[in-house]
Design a binder for this molecule. Structure first.
Ligand SMILES: [Zn+2]
Length: 370
């Protein structure tokens, strides 16, 4: 499971702003700049984030004083998973226009997704001083303050690659167990995908109620990854096998985010996570055998969070089946290479065809027939 940023309203605002605020002088230079900005905005709308970043970067050299151009570049870099670069662009936009709410919103969300909760809060607080009526920021800020208050009283258990936060001494042995399971998953999954996250990953253990409150995920969600792994721990020690699966699943999302950025189709992300859970295959086959209808892969590119529990279980099974097919055809390295292509800004269908040596349309038809 993952949470995506609310791209739509901001994308439109940014694209429009980029075109409207450009103050280039006369003639050819202005029409070149406008053409470039339109190209950049169209690439952003079309989710061709590599092209968008390239066009915004070139445009920023022509109109270095335009904060919208910086935000456009920052959004594209965010989507490509290039967080440091994105942060530099948003910071530059805010230097040019300190009251530019969209820049603050993207910067704050980026900091939040990196687990830098206090910095995210500070970013939104400064933005609200300059734009006190920004309701979206206010609501988000209220959530983050609640989260930070809760987290401030949490204890910490550390492993080499994970920091586990938990509420009270009663959960300490569970937290240690979580660290152990995750360290094992780190080497096992890292080995399959030949990728090992270099920075420690934060893991927060919640009660079921805290989990729903903080993540606002549907009731069928077992855990979440949104830059941190969040796990509701009710009865977790009683079912260590299930806990192991949940942790491995969420850790795969962390690796996918590192390799592929944020523009990975949800079916591929969830499919990898399910496939790399210990002992997942039987469940997948069982769900597929039972399902009366199956969604096509094209319908599984976006979030599953609006699906019912039943629809979600089929969506996960179809995703896992598709990823398994892909790996059977070309090996796990093809999946990894495809993720890396996406992080470089490649369009999914063409990157897929190159890495899997099959047209994406044909693959979808094959999965539908299976
Ligand atoms: Zn998941």
């Amino acid at each position: 499971m993952r949470v995506s940023l609310n791209l739509r309203p901001m994308m439109a605002a940014c694209a429009l702003g980029a075109v409207l605020t450009t103050g280039v002088s006369y003639g050819q230079a202005r029409s070149d700049t406008n053409a470039l900005l339109q190209q950049a905005a169209a690439a952003l709308e079309g989710q061709r984030f590599g092209d968008a970043l390239d066009a915004f970067t070139r445009a920023s050299k022509l109109v270095p004083g335009d904060p919208s151009v910086c935000v456009g570049a920052g959004i594209a870099a965010t989507k490509l998973g290039r967080n440091d670069e994105a942060e530099t662009w948003f910071a530059r936009a805010l230097t040019l226009a300190p009251g530019f709410t969209a820049a603050s919103e993207w910067l704050g969300e980026l900091q939040y997704h990196e687990g830098r909760l206090k910095e995210a809060i500070a970013t939104f607080e400064s933005a609200l001083k300059l734009a006190p009526k920004a309701g979206v920021l206010e609501r988000r800020l209220a959530d983050w303050r609640k989260e930070t208050q809760l987290q401030d009283r949490f204890y910490e258990s550390r492993g080499a690659h994970f920091v586990v936060l938990f509420e009270g001494p009663a959960d300490e042995s569970l937290a240690r167990r979580v660290v152990e399971l995750l360290e094992q998953a780190y080497w096992r999954i890292g080995g399959v995908l030949t990728a090992y996250p270099p920075k420690p990953i934060q893991v927060v253990l919640y009660t079921s109620e805290q989990f729903r409150d903080i993540t606002r995920m549907p009731a069928w969600t077992a855990a979440a990854y949104d830059g941190r792994i969040r796990v509701p721990i009710k009865g977790a020690l009683a079912d260590l096998e299930q806990l192991d699966r949940v942790l491995a699943h969420e850790f795969v999302h962390a690796v996918v985010a590192m390799l592929g950025g944020r523009n990975v189709p949800v079916w591929m992300n969830e499919g990898l996570a399910v496939t790399l859970e210990p002992g997942a295959k039987d469940d997948v086959d069982e769900v597929l055998a039972r399902a009366r209808t199956r969604p096509g892969l094209q319908g599984l590119h976006g979030s599953f969070s609006r699906l019912s529990a039943e629809e979600a279980s089929v969506a996960y099974a179809v995703s896992a089946h598709a990823v398994k097919r892909m790996i059977d055809l070309r090996g796990p390295y093809a999946a990894v290479a495809l993720l890396q292509d996406l992080a470089r800004g490649a369009e999914f269908a063409s990157a897929f065809q190159q890495r899997v040596a099959m047209r994406y349309e044909d693959f979808q038809a094959m999965i539908a027939r299976d």
